[in-house]
Design a protein around this ligand. Structure first.
Ligand code: OOB
Length: 520
């Protein structure tokens, strides 16, 4: 595929020879007993046989609509059976889903459609007051498929036909596009091949002990890498367990489902883990089925991690991952100090890790430096982004994560901070530059600098420092302005501060450290 950077031939040969890359495709991950329960979503309860059949019929329906191997389709659905079925159908056809989050709005979705030259856009009817179909009218795609009342578009329920023989994708094809958290003006697309993503989810399922008895509750958006494949929904399917979809991570939604379905595992971001730790003491639900709480996406404090076994009655696992690839997990048999105080160690023996200083040379063992990595499931380049790739990778193909870490003798990593210009708001990533560009479009804004400020629940919240032309816009006005521009709500600033000018570093760059320091 044009715009995709493959692994060099020597590494490809090695990953195949050593068994990291096999011949399985993402569409073949349904490995449970045909009569076993695969998916619980709202009132839907689908066995493996039923889910398999629905995915096949939807795949045939997509083919009939003219969607083919090698196409891209922007997929934006909440945690519903429709998401799971459509994802499986697309990867079976070999049309790569571009996994948008339900929170994304026109600014993000239009860009994804344009960059990927998507053949189709799949959405729900609405998200609260927001009508996806109205947005879809303005999108540059030939076809819009709606899970629900389609209005003038195509209903997902009608994308249905008798299964037909069709060309299958190759394991080396791009199977799915994930979104990067973003550090530049626009988010990037991460191409994941069938074989690298299958390895990602199968190896993860092994490390996390998933099997036919696993009942996995999904509270994060299913389109997020963590919930999808670490080991996630696909890791459950590959090992024969049951996936239960929840609409959100709030204890009101999640706890009754844990009790009713006897959920054994769940993946959460730290703010959800904190809510659960609080709610467990007063909630009436029976959470005794829970065996493992995976926490990742942002740093989880050691003190809180230590409370999980006593307060929630299950093991905790820290997960330091990224859509770009590399996953670090604390292991189920790691001693408590490692589980509580580290963010895990790499999933694969073939993951290569370097911790480097500003000069690019490795730091002394145990010192803090930037984490660089390459391996059998870490991208070699963002999709159609040559200039950005030149900066994001070393000449020998290591991805520059922008994360500052310390490596322990055991190989476990401790995340110490970040070099990239990004805010991590409770696991949601916000590119400072992207938000600054939106703010600069406001007529009263002369200059903008966006920084993260520490927050006990979210880890960080977003503060926009503005140099204004005349009257300063209020936070309310800024949010309305961003909403009108079609920006996802999680990117709205939490706080706005007006300043005369920005502090600068010796080389003349805005000093975001100094700006952030003015708040404390
Ligand atoms: C996950 O993926 P992304 O792509 O949304 O974000 C990746 C970035 C990392 O580079 C790091 O800055 C941060 O999120 N991060 C963590 C962390 N897990 C991710 N920072 C500190 N501690 C952690 N445990 O966030 C993601 C993907 C797969 C599994 C889990 C998380």
């Amino acid at each position: 595929m044009e715009g995709f950077t493959p692994w060099p031939p020597d590494l490809e040969a090695r990953y195949v020879a050593e068994g990291y890359w096999g011949a399985s495709l993402l569409g073949d991950v349904l490995r449970g007993e045909p009569a076993g329960l695969a998916l619980v979503a709202g009132d839907d309860r689908l066995t493996y046989a039923e889910l398999d059949r629905r995915a096949d019929r939807t795949a045939a329906g997509l083919l009939r609509l003219g969607i083919r191997r090698g196409d891209r389709v922007v997929l934006q659905l909440p945690n519903t059976a429709g998401f799971v079925v459509t994802f499986l159908a697309l990867v079976r056809v070999g049309a790569a889903p571009v996994l948008a989050l339900p929170a994304h709005r026109e600014s993000e979705i239009r860009y994804l459609c344009e960059l990927s030259e998507a053949r189709a856009y799949v959405c729900a009817e609405n998200d609260g007051d927001f009508d996806y179909r109205e947005m879809a009218r303005a999108l540059p795609v030939e076809q819009v498929i709606v899970d629900g009342d389609p209005q003038e578009f195509t209903a997902l329920a009608g994308v249905d036909a008798d299964p037909v023989e069709a060309p299958r994708p190759e394991p080396s094809d791009v199977g799915v596009f994930l979104l990067s958290g973003g550090t530049t003006g626009l988010p990037k697309l991460i191409p994941r091949t069938h074989r690298d993503y299958v390895y990602n989810l199968e190896a993860s399922a092994g490390v996390c002990g998933f099997g036919p008895e696993t009942v996995y509750l999904v509270v994060l958006p299913a389109a997020h890498n963590f919930a999808l494949a670490c080991p996630g929904i696909l890791g459950v399917f590959a090992t024969g367990g049951t996936v239960v979809l929840a609409p959100s991570g709030s204890p009101d939604d999640a706890f009754p489902l844990i009790e009713r379905e006897r959920a054994t595992v769940c993946a959460v971001v730290p703010p959800i883990a904190l809510l659960w730790l609080d709610a467990a003491s007063w909630s009436g639900e029976d959470l005794s089925s829970l065996e493992l709480l995976q926490v990742g996406g942002a740093k989880f404090a050691a003190e809180r991690a230590a409370e999980v076994p006593s307060d929630l009655g299950c093991k905790v696992q820290q997960v330091f991952g990224m859509a770009e690839g590399l996953l670090n997990y604390t292991r189920l048999d790691d001693p408590p100090e490692l589980v509580e105080r580290t963010q895990g160690r790499p999933l694969s023996p073939a993951d290569e890790i370097r911790v480097v200083g500003e000069d690019g040379a490795p730091v002394a063992p145990g010192e803090v430096g930037e984490l660089l990595t390459r391996g059998p499931y870490t991208l070699r380049g963002y999709y159609r982004a040559p200039e950005h790739n030149a900066r994001s990778f070393t000449p020998d193909g290591f991805y520059r994560t922008g994360d500052l870490v310390r490596e322990l003798p055991s190989g476990h990593l401790v995340v110490e901070g970040r070099e990239k210009d990004q805010i991590n708001r409770g696991g949601d990533k916000i590119s400072a530059e992207e938000l600054e560009n939106h703010l600069l479009a406001h007529p009263a804004v002369h200059d903008a600098a966006v920084v993260g400020v520490p927050d006990p629940l979210m880890g960080e919240r977003t503060c926009a420092f503005l140099v204004v032309r005349h009257t300063a816009p209020t936070l309310r006005e800024l949010k309305d302005f961003l909403r009108a521009r079609g920006v996802a709500a999680y990117k709205y600033p939490d706080r706005v501060e007006t300043v005369e000018g920005f502090p600068r570093t010796p080389v003349g760059k805005i000093s975001k450290k100094a700006l952030a320091a003015t708040l404390s």
